[in-house]
Design a protein around this ligand. Structure first.
Ligand SMILES: NC(=O)c1ccc[n+]([C@@H]2O[C@H](COP(=O)([O-])OP(=O)(O)OC[C@H]3O[C@@H](n4cnc5c(N)ncnc54)[C@H](OP(=O)(O)O)[C@@H]3O)[C@@H](O)[C@H]2O)c1
Length: 296
């Protein structure tokens, strides 16, 4: 199979590309980088423009997008976050439609931010979306991808939780204070963290690639934890002198709207379709198993 991956140079791509290559897939990565790391190694080819792809593409995995956590959400940065997902996905879908042989599947990124925050709700794929910035971003990003749905092309949406692994992503940020012996959580610590090990993200992407499914899939482990319980799980694996919460007011002052949307409020999301329609078995169903693997 010839698979086009956008955003393949990122954190998830770092685990996905080797998994695709080891199955013998031919992979092309669309990147803005002139000399991406890994170029010239193995079966992965890199292109800077869609028009550089001449051979038929069987599947597209769309992971590109400016980081939501990298910077304060100024008006300009919000535009970049949206345009790198919504506008970019519209261009990708137009390119797919223009192909003589359109790809058979588009697997496109989204996030559990679609559902908004709640302390007690349980969100499945049939729950409705919220209306804050992150939720409308996810909704519009998904709508842009769904425009590719046709008799010949199916569309799958990956509603990703917080992806955990070594070497990047959220865990690197969450562990910063642990380096100094301080276990910390943010705000009250009672907010839910719907997380997933990066290895299970890759396995779930392969599962939706191989099975004839369409629509949204929650990519989260079956056992969300509170931020405080997450801190305790980390503290069992790292020497911690004391534990403390970082007050929400400090986070809001430092990071503004992004703190409220991504860090101080949480949600309990259920991987219902992975379980019931695909019989998906998580390699890392609990936070202790995930952290044991990542921090070993
Ligand atoms: N990791 C998580 O916990 C998580 C959770 C929920 C949703 N997601 C979503 O899943 C997708 C992949 O996640 P990831 O963690 O692998 O992301 P990542 O490490 O931030 O990588 C995303 C890739 O997108 C491209 N990109 C970055 N800024 C861009 C911009 N301004 N315009 C166009 N392209 C840009 C980059 O590729 P090039 O430099 O090669 O162009 C980058 O490697 C993202 O869209 C993210 O929002 C991730």
């Amino acid at each position: 199979m010839h698979i086009l991956v956008t955003g393949g140079t990122g954190f998830i791509g770092g685990a996905l590309l080797p998994a695709l290559a080891s199955r013998g897939e031919r992979v092309t990565v669309l990147t803005r980088q002139r000399r991406p790391m890994g170029q010239g190694q193995g079966q992965v080819a890199y292109v800077n423009a869609l028009d550089d792809i001449t051979d038929p593409v069987d599947a597209v995995i769309n992971l590109a997008g400016a980081s939501l956590a990298a910077r304060r959400w100024t008006a300009a940065y919000k535009r970049e976050i949206r345009s790198s997902r919504v506008d970019f996905t519209q261009q990708l879908v137009a390119w797919m439609a223009s192909r003589q042989m359109p790809p058979k599947v588009l697997i496109s990124g989204s996030a559990i931010g679609f559902y908004g925050a709640s302390g007690d709700a349980r969100f499945t794929e049939s729950s409705g979306g919220a209306s804050d910035f992150a939720a409308t971003l996810c909704r519009d990003w998904e709508q842009a991808a769904l425009a590719a749905q046709s008799d010949s092309t199916r569309v799958v949406l990956l509603r990703l939780g917080v992806v955990l692994d070594a070497g990047g992503g959220a865990l690197t940020e969450m562990m910063r204070s642990f380096r100094f012996g301080v276990g910390s959580w943010l705000g009250s610590g009672s907010q839910w963290l719907s997380w997933i090990h990066r290895g299970d993200v890759v396995a779930a992407i392969l599962a939706v690639l191989d099975n004839h499914v369409t629509g949204p899939f929650n990519l989260v482990a079956p056992t969300p934890v509170s931020h405080r319980a997450f801190c305790d799980a980390l503290a069992r694996r790292r020497r911690v002198l004391f534990k403390a919460g970082v007050p929400g007011v400090v986070m809001r002052t430092l990071l503004g709207e992004m703190a409220e949307s991504l860090l101080l409020t949480g949600q309990w999301v259920v991987p219902e379709r992975l379980h019931h329609e695909l019989g998906f078995e998580f390699t890392f169903p609990s936070i202790d198993e995930a952290l044991a693997d990542i921090l070993s």
